[in-house]
Write a protein that binds this ligand. Structure first.
Ligand code: NAP
Ligand code: FE
Length: 362
């Protein structure tokens, strides 16, 4: 048996927000826009969304305080500030951080008796305000996933998953990604790469997710080097936006695997961007899968050659100070993570220690 479920309506085009006014009208009269502090004002996305809402007389409030790696506390503050107004739907505008925050906020506004921790117990709720996602990075695929990744009060990144947080609508305009600088282009592109490869090698991979993963891997191989060299190349940006959404559809079926878990503390405790932190461990995921799905690993190698070399050629090199205490805590978390169940290969504590030693400067 195989199954496929990804209920988001996806519209992909330049000027797609402007072209979707009539569709936006069907969501109600009052919108909450959730975005970050600066970039959505600079790349035109926030302006496009606000203009579209103005032109069809939808009232809105713009909440623009979401930061990278959004925390439980940021979500509590946002909900506290917005809960007294009545919203019909939530529009996330930005990278994965505003999109994931929009998902959490949409559930909490719809279910006012819940706290942020309750989001992690899917049995506690079965509804959310409708979510519209307007991505401005080509990376997380959050516009087509049922996941939201937040940083808990201990500083650890934890994802929650619920069918009700699949965006109802994803409006993807690759133009917004043209303003990404080199390091953001690399880290978000590598995140999409990790989603495609981890999903392809996951124990939960399906016929359809494999189809998407192979196409996403090819597109990323052909276009990530181009967007890094020629940031204004629209065709290549468009291909990366497409690849990123395809890779998001892959993980919506397969979830992510150990590379993501290993990368999380590097982001929250060491400030390494999510895609960079994850990609540092992707080579190990590919090698780990060799004994279980050799034909799939062959295909990944056929597409990229040595994946570590492809990643290094994008400019990734990570060396951070990690204390012995941190190392042991991170290993324990990785070993007990759900993602281990979908990861192929045998990842012992010693192997994970070795992988962290590979990015350790001290
Ligand atoms: P992000 O954390 O949303 O944003 C990173 C930075 O990029 C911010 O400073 C942001 O500015 C800026 N930025 C966004 N779009 C830009 C543009 N077009 N041009 C210039 N700068 C831009 O980055 P992200 O990599 O997209 O998201 C990472 C987050 O997503 C992590 O928390 C990760 O755990 C999560 N994630 C979620 C999923 C999922 O399925 N839900 C999957 C993978 C990763 P502002 O601060 O002004 O907004
Ligand atoms: Fe990711």
């Amino acid at each position: 048996m195989w199954q496929y479920f990804m209920p988001t309506k996806v519209l992909f085009s330049q000027k797609v927000v402007e072209q979707s006014k009539e569709l936006l009208r069907t969501f109600g009269k009052n919108a909450l826009i959730v975005t970050g502090k600066t970039s959505s004002r600079l790349n035109g996305s926030l302006n496009d969304v606000e203009n579209a809402l103005n032109s069809i007389d939808i009232e809105y409030h713009t909440y623009d305080k979401i930061e990278e790696n959004p925390t439980f506390e940021q979500i509590r503050t946002a909900v506290g500030e917005c809960k007294d107004q009545s919203f019909d739907f939530v529009i996330g505008v930005g990278g994965g951080s505003p999109l994931d925050s929009a998902k959490a906020i949409a559930v909490l506004l719809k279910n006012p008796s819940l706290g942020v921790e309750d989001l992690y117990d899917a049995s506690k709720y079965n509804s959310s305000l409708p979510i519209i996602a307007v991505p401005t990075t080509s990376g997380t695929g959050s516009e087509v996933t049922q996941y939201s990744v937040l940083t808990d009060d201990m500083g650890f990144k934890r994802g929650f998953s619920h069918e009700k947080i699949f965006p109802a609508l994803a409006l993807i305009d690759p133009t917004y990604t043209l303003s990404m600088g080199t390091s953001l282009t690399r880290s978000t592109g590598l995140d999409a790469l990790c989603h495609a490869v981890e999903g392809f090698l996951s124990k939960r991979a399906t016929l359809i997710s494999d189809l998407y993963a192979i196409e996403a891997m090819r597109l990323i191989r052909d276009n990530l080097p181009v967007v890094l060299k020629e940031p204004d190349n629209y065709k290549a940006r468009e291909a990366m936006a497409y690849a990123s959404s395809l890779a998001g559809m892959v993980i919506s079926q397969t979830s992510t695997t150990l590379a993501h878990v290993l990368g999380y503390p590097l982001s929250t405790f060491k400030g390494i961007r999510h895609g960079d932190a994850t990609a540092a461990f992707l080579g190990a995921i590919v090698s780990g899968a060799q004994s279980e799905v050799p034909e799939k690993v062959d295909l990944v190698r056929k597409i990229f050659g040595k994946i570590d070399e492809f990643i290094a050629s994008a400019g990734l090199s990570i060396k951070v100070q990690i204390t012995d205490d941190e190392l042991e805590r991170w290993i324990k978390r990785a070993i007990s993570a759900n993602h281990m169940r979908w990861t192929r290969g045998k990842f012992t504590e010693d192997l994970i220690r070795e992988l962290y030693e590979g990015v350790r400067a001290n």
